[in-house]
Design a protein around this ligand. Structure first.
Ligand SMILES: *[C@@H]1O[C@H](CO)[C@@H](O)[C@H](O)[C@H]1NC(C)=O
Ligand SMILES: *[C@@H]1O[C@H](CO)[C@@H](O)[C@H](O)[C@H]1NC(C)=O
Ligand SMILES: *[C@@H]1O[C@H](CO)[C@@H](O)[C@H](O)[C@H]1NC(C)=O
Ligand SMILES: *[C@@H]1O[C@H](CO)[C@@H](O)[C@H](O)[C@H]1NC(C)=O
Ligand SMILES: *[C@@H]1O[C@H](CO)[C@@H](O)[C@H](O)[C@H]1NC(C)=O
Ligand SMILES: *[C@@H]1O[C@H](CO)[C@@H](O)[C@H](O)[C@H]1NC(C)=O
Length: 323
């Protein structure tokens, strides 16, 4: 008589990674006669290894354990691994096969470091093997909502806020893996903002700050007076601050905040006028006031327009004109 072998028992495999040796174990119970028994390891339909019992064979029902040290090759990734038990009988072979369940191992993304132009489209795909077939989701670091529920991450109209790290999460009931991809959005900078700490024109001797800031994509910020650079920002810091502890009449003039990167330059200007300090307590109150228009420059969109007052001194009958 013979004992039909039971289904081979193949423990779950955490993952199968190319060039990393794995110890695989397949157990078959209740075999008779053991000398007619054979175990075959398969990857896809390719035979990896065949094993026949060597150990003492008794004239009774026996169990058999095959231990196989297997190093997956790159070509075999994605294929099922199985253990096939055969009892070679003269009339007809009896066979039982078990396919291993395994967790995702190697994640492949179409690109790890991806740059997209403002307004353009970007597609990144993520693949991983596993049995059962793993589910793949994309999510953005710092956000809770999923970006995609399949292997494709698609950004249709790239905006600055879409730059960042994206994770591809791959999982089945055996295990999970994740891989992150950095998406950078490139394009010309937005128009920077330039602001003065004072609403009105500062008085000679006052302490003021000129604040230059940028939202949107990365760019280097620089603050110029006339054409001379006076302050430069850290490339990772979207602000530049210039403090003037005691402003002088010679500090008056046009200040420009410039945002520059490989894709373009944008500027904003501010015309700062300094009000002469009053040395004479007998000045006429609110006397002739000349309001001069601020002239435009490259992109004067956010420039604050400051007015200048000309204070006529009572004793000296001449105007102080600021430039
Ligand atoms: C792997 O085996 C499972 C059954 O365990 C089957 O559903 C799946 O289609 C197989 N996958 C491949 C790539 O052959
Ligand atoms: C992405 O990075 C992983 C390691 O983090 C690496 O194994 C893989 O080859 C890289 N893929 C590409 C397309 O650069
Ligand atoms: C892309 O996004 C910008 C800013 O959100 C929007 O103004 C523009 O209409 C969008 N373009 C398309 C083709 O959807
Ligand atoms: C991604 O995987 C990690 C670890 O495997 C898990 O903690 C996280 O919840 C997963 N995120 C999503 C959105 O599935
Ligand atoms: C400028 O002044 C502000 C406070 O008015 C201060 O916080 C800042 O550190 C100063 N910056 C520099 C560069 O001196
Ligand atoms: C700045 O303002 C002063 C005083 O109002 C004016 O004389 C000067 O022409 C202005 N400069 C520019 C470039 O607008």
């Amino acid at each position: 008589s013979t004992a039909f072998p039971e289904d081979p028992i193949l423990p779950k495999i955490k993952s199968l990674i190319a060039n990393q040796e794995q110890r695989l174990i397949c157990t078959v119970r209740n075999i008779y006669p053991l000398e007619k028994f054979q175990i075959e390891w398969l990857r896809g339909d390719k035979t990896l290894h065949v094993e026949e019992p060597q150990e003492p064979i008794f004239n009774s029902v026996q169990n058999f354990i095959s231990v196989f040290n297997y190093t997956p090759s790159v070509d075999d990734l994605g294929k099922n691994i199985s253990c096939k038990a055969t009892l070679k009988l003269s009339l007809k072979n009896q066979e039982k096969t078990t396919t291993a369940e395994y967790g995702p191992g190697t994640i492949k993304v179409s690109s790890n470091n991806t740059s997209v132009k403002l307004g353009e489209r970007l597609e990144i795909t993520c693949h991983a093997d596993g049995n059962p077939e793993p589910t793949i989701v994309w999510w953005k670091q710092g956000e809770t909502e999923l970006q995609s529920q399949n292997h494709k991450l698609i950004i249709n109209n790239a905006s600055w806020s879409q730059a960042g790290w994206y994770w591809c999460n791959v999982s089945n009931h055996v295990g999970s893996q994740q891989l992150r991809v950095q998406v950078t959005v490139v394009g010309p900078p937005n128009i920077p903002k330039i602001q003065l700490s004072h609403r009105e024109e500062p008085k000679e001797g006052e302490s003021i700050s000129i604040f230059c800031s940028l939202d949107g994509g990365p760019a280097e910020l620089k603050l110029y007076k006339q054409s001379q650079s006076i302050a430069t920002g850290d490339p990772n810091e979207p602000t530049v601050l210039l403090n003037i502890s005691s402003i002088q009449i010679t500090d008056a003039g046009v200040y420009t905040c410039e945002a520059k990167n490989d894709f373009g330059i944008e500027r904003s200007t501010i015309n700062i006028t300094v009000q002469a300090a009053q040395h004479d307590i007998w000045r006429k109150p609110d006397l002739p006031m000349a309001i001069l228009p601020a002239a435009g420059s490259v992109s004067l969109l956010t420039a604050a327009v400051l007015l200048i007052r000309h204070f006529r001194k009572k004793s000296v009958s001449s105007d102080i004109t600021l430039d």
